[in-house]
Design a protein around this ligand. Structure first.
Ligand code: UGA
Length: 446
C-alpha cells in the first residue's frame, strides 16, 4: 500500500522506515529541507539503533522516498499519517500549530478521499479540531476520514518496538478508515502476534496520554519510596524487586533515579494535567508526580553539594548527558539542569557521553568533552552519573579511583553496588540506598 508520513522526527522516520520494511511504499515528508537533503544522501538525522540499516535498505529497494512537499504527499497516498511535533507552546499547553498546518495543507491539495491519521501524541478530542480544519480548507467537496493511531515506541529501542509492539491502538469512525488501517498493519500482525485494538477516536487519543502518565507515575512513586528508604535504612533496589514480582505491579519502570526526562513524559504529563484542569477535573495525582520528579534533581544536587562543601572551582566529571542510554536525545535531560546550575556556581566541568555530545553542545556550548569516562574523571573532585550507559558500569573502579583527585561518586542512576564502591575506597552516594564512605562504616550489610 502507499503511505505518506508527514514529519520525519523520531516517530515519523522510524514508522515510515518500518512500514517500508513491511512492504509498503512510503513517502516521508518534512518541511526541514536540510533534513530531507541529508536523508536523501542516506545520512541519519538522529541516532537510533538499527534505523540506518532499514532506511538505507528500503531506499535502495525503492520503497522509501523523501520529500519536502505536503502537496506531493497528499497526491502520493490515500493514507496520510501526521507525525509532526507537538512541543509545549505558550503557557505550556501542547502546541498544535504543526498538526493544524498539515491538516490545512492536505485539505488544500486533496481531490479524492484521504484518511488522516494522528500519529503524534495529541490531546484528547484533537480529531474534532482536525476535522473542522480540513472541512474549512477543502477546495471541493471530497470525502475524508480522521483516525487516531498513537505511537508507543521508546527512543533507543524504537526500531525494535516498531516491529514488536505490545499492542496496536486504532481509533476509527468509519468502516473505510478501519479497513485501510487493518490493511496497513496486516503484514506486521503476520510477523508479530499482538493485540490489535479498534476503538472510538477519543479513547485512542486518551490511551496514549493515560499510558505515558501512568508510567511517569510509576517512576515518581518508586522515587518517593526511595526517599523513604534513605531515611529508614532500607534499600530501594531490594524493595523494587520485592514489589515488581507481584504480577499486578510488574517489574518495569520501578528503577529509582534522578527522575524521568525526554521529549515525552514531561510534556505529556503536563498536557494531560492541563487538559484535566480545562475540562474541570484536577489530575492532582499527576501534579504530585511532576513535583516528585523535579525534587529528585534537587535532592541529588544537595548530595553533591554536601560532599563538596564549596562547589566553586571544584572539578566535576559529568558522566552521561542523554536523557537515557541508547539515544543522543537530550530534551528535558537532567544533565541540562545539572550543567547549567553547576556552571552558575562556577564549577569546572568535564563532560562525557558516547552519543549526545553534539546535541548538548548546541544547548550549552563551549564545554570540555572527553572520549571515555575515565579520561573525563581525570583530576576530578567528584563524578556525577546522570545516564546509565553500559560504559559506566564497565569502568574499572581501581582505575577510576587513580584517575580522580577525590574519590567521590554521586550516582543518579544506581549503576554501582554500594559495597563494591566502599571496598574500592569511594565516597559513594546513590538513590534510595545508604551512602558509603571508606573511613566511616556505612550502613550496608554486605
Ligand atoms: C516513552 C514511553 O515509554 C513510550 O512508550 C512512548 O511512546 C514515548 O515515551 C513517547 O511518548 O513517544 P521514551 O521517552 O523514549 O518513551 O523513554 P522511556 O524509556 O519511557 O524513559 C523515559 C524516562 O524515564 C527516562 O528519562 C528514563 O531514564 C526514566 N525512567 C524509566 C526511570 O527513571 N525509571 C524507570 O524505571 C524507567
Amino acid at each position: 500500500m502507499r503511505i505518506t508520513i508527514v514529519g520525519t522526527g523520531y516517530v515519523g522516520l522510524v514508522t515510515g522506515a518500518a512500514f517500508a520494511e513491511l512492504g509498503h511504499d512510503v513517502l516521508c515528508v518534512d518541511n526541514d529541507e536540510a533534513k530531507i537533503a541529508r536523508l536523501r544522501r542516506l545520512e541519519m538525522p538522529i541516532y537510533e539503533e538499527g534505523l540506518e540499516e532499514i532506511v538505507v535498505g528500503n531506499v535502495k529497494a525503492g520503497r522509501l522516498k523523501f520529500s519536502t512537499s505536503i502537496k506531493e504527499g497528499t497526491e502520493f497516498a490515500e493514507v496520510i499519517f501526521i507525525a509532526v511535533g507537538t512541543p509545549p507552546g505558550f503557557g505550556g499547553e501542547a502546541n498544535m500549530s504543526y498538526v493544524e498546518r498539515v491538516g490545512r495543507e492536505v485539505a488544500e491539495n486533496m481531490s479524492s478521499y484521504r484518511l488522516l491519521v494522528e500519529k503524534s501524541t495529541v490531546i484528547v478530542n484533537t480529531n474534532e479540531h482536525l476535522r473542522r480544519t480540513v472541512n474549512k480548507y477543502l477546495k471541493e467537496d471530497v470525502p475524508f476520514d480522521i483516525a487516531s493511531n498513537p505511537e508507543f515506541l521508546r527512543e533507543g529501542t524504537a526500531v525494535y518496538d516498531a516491529f514488536h509492539p505490545d499492542r496496536i491502538v486504532v481509533g476509527v469512525e468509519t468502516p473505510r478508515a478501519a479497513s485501510l488501517l487493518r490493511d496497513i498493519y496486516a503484514p506486521l500482525l503476520k510477523r508479530h502476534k499482538t493485540e490489535y485494538l479498534e476503538m472510538d477516536i477519543a479513547s485512542a487519543e486518551l490511551t496514549k496520554h493515560a499510558s505515558n502518565s501512568f508510567l511517569a507515575m510509576k517512576i515518581s512513586f518508586i522515587n518517593a519510596v526511595s526517599r523513604i528508604c534513605e531515611l529508614t535504612g532500607a534499600d530501594i533496589t531490594k524493595v523494587a524487586h520485592g514489589m515488581g514480582l507481584d504480577k499486578r505491579i510488574g517489574p518495569h519502570f520501578l528503577k529509582a533515579g534522578v527522575g524521568y526526562g525526554g521529549s515525552c513524559f514531561p510534556k505529556d504529563v503536563d498536557a494531560f494535567v492541563r487538559m484535566g484542569d480545562e475540562k474541570g477535573y484536577s489530575l492532582g495525582i499527576l501534579k504530585e508526580v511532576q513535583r516528585i520528579n523535579l525534587s529528585q534533581r534537587e535532592h541529588l544536587m544537595r548530595k553533591l553539594q554536601q560532599e563538596l562543601w564549596v562547589v566553586e572551582d571544584k572539578t566535576i566529571a559529568v558522566l552521561g548527558l542523554a536523557f537515557k542510554p541508547g539515544t543522543d536525545d537530550i530534551r528535558e535531560a537532567p544533565s541540562i539542569y545539572f550543567v547549567s546550575h553547576l556552571l552558575e556556581r562556577k564549577a569546572r566541568l568535564r563532560l562525557w557521553d558516547p552519543k549526545a555530545r553534539d546535541k548538548f553542545d548546541k544547548v550549552i556550548p563551549g564545554q570540555a568533552y572527553f572520549d571515555s569516562p575515565i579520561k573525563c574523571a581525570e583530576g576530578a573532585d567528584a563524578a556525577l552519573i546522570l545516564t546509565e550507559w553500559p560504559e559506566i558500569a564497565a569502568i574499572n573502579l581501581a582505575e577510576l579511583k587513580r584517575a580522580m583527585k577525590c574519590p567521590i561518586v554521586i550516582d543518579g542512576r544506581n549503576v554501582f553496588e554500594p559495597a563494591a564502591m566502599k571496598q574500592a575506597g569511594f565516597i559513594y552516594h546513590s538513590i534510595g540506598r545508604q551512602p558509603v564512605h571508606p573511613d566511616r562504616p556505612g550502613r550496608i550489610s554486605s
